[in-house]
Structures are given as C-alpha cells and as structure tokens.
Design a protein around this ligand. Sequence first.
Ligand SMILES: *[C@@H]1O[C@H](CO)[C@@H](O)[C@H](O)[C@H]1NC(C)=O
Ligand SMILES: *[C@@H]1O[C@H](CO)[C@@H](O)[C@H](O)[C@H]1NC(C)=O
Ligand SMILES: *[C@@H]1O[C@H](CO)[C@@H](O)[C@H](O)[C@H]1NC(C)=O
Ligand SMILES: *[C@@H]1O[C@H](CO)[C@@H](O)[C@H](O)[C@H]1NC(C)=O
Ligand SMILES: *[C@@H]1O[C@H](CO)[C@@H](O)[C@H](O)[C@H]1NC(C)=O
Ligand SMILES: *[C@@H]1O[C@H](CO)[C@@H](O)[C@H](O)[C@H]1NC(C)=O
Ligand SMILES: *[C@@H]1O[C@H](CO)[C@@H](O)[C@H](O)[C@H]1NC(C)=O
Ligand SMILES: *[C@@H]1O[C@H](CO)[C@@H](O)[C@H](O)[C@H]1NC(C)=O
Length: 495
Amino acid sequence: MNLLVASLAVLVTLPSIILGGPVRLEVFDVDLVSEKDCYNNSLTLHVASSSIDRGFVESQTVKCLNIEHGQITYVTQGAFDEVPNLTYLSLEGNRITPRDLFSFGGLKSIRTLILSNQVNQYDGKELVIQGVYPQLRYLDLRNNSINSVRSLADNPFPVLKHLDLSMNRIVYFDFANLLPSTLSHLYLNRNSISRFSGQKFSNLMVLSLDGNNIDSIGDVYYGLNLTGARNLKSLSVGSNRIAALSKQAFKDNVNLQYLNLSSNSLSSLHSDTLESLQMSLQVLVLDGNSFDDIPISTIMNLTTLSMNCNGMKHLTVNPLLNMPYLKKLYLGGNTITDINSFAFRFQTRLEELYLNDNNLTYLQDQWADYMSSLRLLDLSGNRFELLDSLLKSPVAPIREIYFDRNPLKYINAAAFKAIPENATIHLQENPNRIVGSCRPTTPSVATEWPSTTGTWSPTSGRPWEWDSTSGSPWYSTSRGWWNHYKKMSTENLSS
Ligand SMILES: *[C@@H]1O[C@H](CO)[C@@H](O)[C@H](O)[C@H]1NC(C)=O
Ligand SMILES: *[C@@H]1O[C@H](CO)[C@@H](O)[C@H](O)[C@H]1NC(C)=O
Ligand SMILES: *[C@@H]1O[C@H](CO)[C@@H](O)[C@H](O)[C@H]1NC(C)=O
Ligand SMILES: *[C@@H]1O[C@H](CO)[C@@H](O)[C@H](O)[C@H]1NC(C)=O
Ligand SMILES: *[C@@H]1O[C@H](CO)[C@@H](O)[C@H](O)[C@H]1NC(C)=O
Ligand SMILES: *[C@@H]1O[C@H](CO)[C@@H](O)[C@H](O)[C@H]1NC(C)=O
Ligand SMILES: *[C@@H]1O[C@H](CO)[C@@H](O)[C@H](O)[C@H]1NC(C)=O
Ligand SMILES: *[C@@H]1O[C@H](CO)[C@@H](O)[C@H](O)[C@H]1NC(C)=O
C-alpha cells in the first residue's frame, strides 16, 4: 500500500450554516467535535492507491483523520480498527460509490463523519449502511448521487443529530425508520422530494428542503406534514412548487423562528396560517413569489420581513400595521411606483428599509415621519431624477442613504436642509456592497414543471429568485433575461 503521511494538520470542524441573502439567523448548534478535540491529535493522509486496507494506520492518540480528495474507491471492513479513539473522519472527494460508503463497518467512537462529494457520475444509487455508529452525531452525505437508503442494522445511528443529504437524487424519503428521534438538524436541499412527514422527528429544530418538489404544507399525505414538530425553529422550503398554504400548515410549529418560503408561487397567506406563529416567528422570507401586497393580516412579532422580487406596485395605508416590532424590511426588486404617506405610520422600530430596484420617481412629503429608528434607507436602482427631500423627519437617526443607480439630474437646495445630520448619501455604486438582484430560476427546473402533477400554472408561477451573490444591477441585466425567460417558459409549457 502506497501511502504518504504528509502532515499533521489541525482540522477546523465547526460547521457554520450561512442562510444566505441579507437575512441571517443564528445557528442552532449541536455539540460536534470541536477544533480543540482535533488539535494535536489529527492526521491528514494523501492516499494514492484506490483502497484502504486493514491496519493501514495504527494509533491510540489519533482522534481525527482526514483522507480527502484521493482515488479511494473502497475501504476494507475494519480499516480503522487500529485507531480506537477516532472521533472525526473525513473521506470527502474520493471515488467511493454509495453502495460502499460505509464499507469500513461500524466505528465505535466516531462522532463526525464526512463522506460528501464523491466523484462519481451515476444516475442514482442505493446507499448501503453497514455497521453501527453508537456515538455518531454529525453525518455529511452531500452530493453523492444517492437515490435510496438501506441499512443492514436496525438503528445504525442511535444518537445522530445532524444529517445532510443535500444534492442527491432522493425522490422518496422513505428511510425515516433508520433515523433516530434525536435528529435535530436535517438538510435535504436539492433532491426531488415531494412528500415529507416530520412524524418521527420530535426533536427536529432545523429542517431544510430547498429545491425539491413540494407543493403543499399541512396535515397532508402528499406534501410537507409538520404536524407534531413542536421543536422546529428553522424551516426552509424555498424553490419548491408551493402555490398555497393550508390554514393548518404550521399549527403545531409554535416555536418556529425562521421561515423561508422564497421562490415558490405564493400570492396570498391566510391569517389563520400565521396564527400559530404569532409569538415565535422572527424572520419571514417570501422573496420571489407573486405577492402584490404585504400579506400579514394577523398581528405578528416579526423583526425581519423579506419580500424582494414580488409583484408589488403600491404601498398603501398601513400595510405593516400588524408588525409593530419590525426592524428590517426588504422590498427590493418589485415595481413599486408610489408609497402612501401613511404606509410606515406605525414603524417606529424600523431600522433598515430596502426599497432598491423599484420604480419610484418621488416620495410623499411625510412618508418617513414616523420611522424614528431608521438607520439605513436603500433607494438605489429607482427612477429618481431629482434629489429633494428624502426625509423630512428631524427625529430619524439615519446614517446611510443609498441613492446610486438613479437617473439623477438635479439636486434641490432644499434637500440639504432636509437631510438629517450625520447622514451619508451614496450616489455611486459600491461594487463591494451586495444588494442582490432578481433573477429567473434555473430553466432546468422549469422544464420539469409541465410534466409533473400539474398544479403549477404559468400564470401563478413565479420564476424569480433572489440572488444575493450577484452585485450587478438587475435592471440592466436580469430584466432582459427575465423577459427572455418568460417567453421561453411559456413556449415550453404550451408545446
Ligand atoms: C498542542 O501541543 C503543543 C506543543 O506540544 C502544546 O503546547 C499545546 O498545549 C497543545 N494543545 C492542546 C490543545 O493540547
Ligand atoms: C484511547 O482509548 C483507550 C481505550 O479505548 C484509552 O484507554 C486511551 O486512554 C485512549 N487514548 C487517548 C490518547 O485518548
Ligand atoms: C459535487 O462533487 C463533485 C465531485 O467531487 C464536485 O466536482 C462538485 O463540485 C460537487 N458539487 C457541489 C455543488 O459541491
Ligand atoms: C401528518 O402527521 C401526523 C403526525 O405526524 C399524522 O398523525 C397524520 O396522520 C399525518 N397526516 C396525513 C394526512 O398523513
Ligand atoms: C431562502 O432560501 C433560498 C433557497 O430557496 C436561499 O437561496 C436563500 O438564501 C434563503 N434566503 C434567506 C434570506 O435565508
Ligand atoms: C414580541 O417581541 C417583543 C420585542 O421583540 C418582545 O418584547 C415581546 O415580549 C414579544 N412578545 C411575545 C408574546 O413574545
Ligand atoms: C415604471 O415607471 C415608468 C415611468 O414612470 C413606466 O413607464 C413603467 O411602465 C413603469 N414600470 C412598471 C413595471 O410599472
Ligand atoms: C452627529 O454626530 C456627532 C458626533 O458623533 C454627535 O455628537 C451628534 O449627536 C450626532 N447627531 C445626531 C443628530 O445624531
């Protein structure tokens, strides 16, 4: 066996979950192997051969083993028997097929196991779990072409907390019986799942199902059933096919703090749907849907609402009345042309207001008078030709006003008097400031729409998503894209 002990390396194993976009929520962490555990006790191996045999490494002290990005296709059963204190193992980026991913057999002391990104070009393969992993807390199986899961043991991971099966080819999540009720973090992004029931997972805190095929949420058989998930704190079901939510969708999720429903086809929310979330919900993300209004019709304790890339044209009287604690509001990438002077009447706690990339040409005199906590106002990417009185309110402690990407022709002298002391007005686009842009969802998803169950319709569809990684002004690039795309997807649908 050809192996080279290249270096003793420190492994940093604290995962951080970045929820992307301008909205972030703290991570509900689990007790994983920490950097300290691996410190001075880890080994990084560069293995040139295609297999790892029994006894290839022997050590009582090594706790962390890193054997990544090699040519390994097979690990012999018992290969890690001579590393009895192994708590962390990464075999990321090798060439092991799903059938052989657990061929080393049970590992008594392992707590963290990283088996993601195997280089293989299969259509979809069965994952076979061999052995029992009595201490395993964290398992990463991302991006492995897995389409189903089978285990030789009944309960292979009795204390598993964190499981990531994102970017696989799972259509049926029918292996819940192999997972323990200790599971608190479950990531199933970018599969093809249309049904999921939280029944077994009473301890689930974080569930992420972005980029699947879910079309409903509620006490349903076909769809996402969250009945009984009382501990759920964070739920993300972006980029699915949800056109409506049942009144009972979240009835048991009374601890939900973060809800991301972006890039679906929603155009309304029933007040009963949100009732159970009144106290708990802090962050609601509805980017890239079809709302033409702010849909919160029940009093909520939200601090952040994000509705970028919807179809809002006007902000009328008091649309935010039910959110007295709101601190951040994102309304970028709509086509808002006018704002009623009472629109923000009760937003005394609002600190950041994003109205970028809309169709605004003017603002009413008193529009900002009540926002006595406003610190940041983003008006970039609109149609203002004149900079006059942005804010009349003398109370606003505003510091930053973004006014770039407007066809500005004049600055009115009165504007200077009305600008709050200490405020900076940015007139030039800053490439380092990520504002995001609306972009169409990937056409590959669109081509699947007509062939599936048929609840998606081109008129209710909303092929937008919020892209926070792109800094380019959406009006000059993505809008052209969008028109092109709209045409294309309509053609696809009718053929
Ligand atoms: C790692 O080893 C160095 C040198 O032997 C020692 O000074 C340090 O305290 C050790 N760190 C830990 C966390 O054990
Ligand atoms: C390794 O594990 C054995 C028993 O499993 C234990 O006796 C020993 O102290 C451990 N060594 C270290 C360095 O943790
Ligand atoms: C998936 O894994 C392959 C093979 O390691 C890698 O080339 C690719 O970048 C991975 N994809 C993602 C999205 O991480
Ligand atoms: C939804 O889940 C609950 C509890 O997990 C279960 O009792 C109920 O039967 C499920 N509903 C449907 C329609 O399958
Ligand atoms: C919401 O989910 C989408 C996936 O559909 C993701 O791309 C986006 O970053 C999330 N947004 C926020 C604000 O967390
Ligand atoms: C609502 O939020 C406010 C401020 O965040 C807090 O003071 C209040 O206690 C919350 N109300 C409930 C019922 O949670
Ligand atoms: C934006 O405003 C311009 C002029 O004010 C108008 O011609 C255009 O139709 C508006 N666009 C939308 C999408 O409302
Ligand atoms: C502006 O900044 C100065 C110095 O930091 C401070 O003393 C003053 O109170 C500020 N004014 C307002 C209106 O916040």
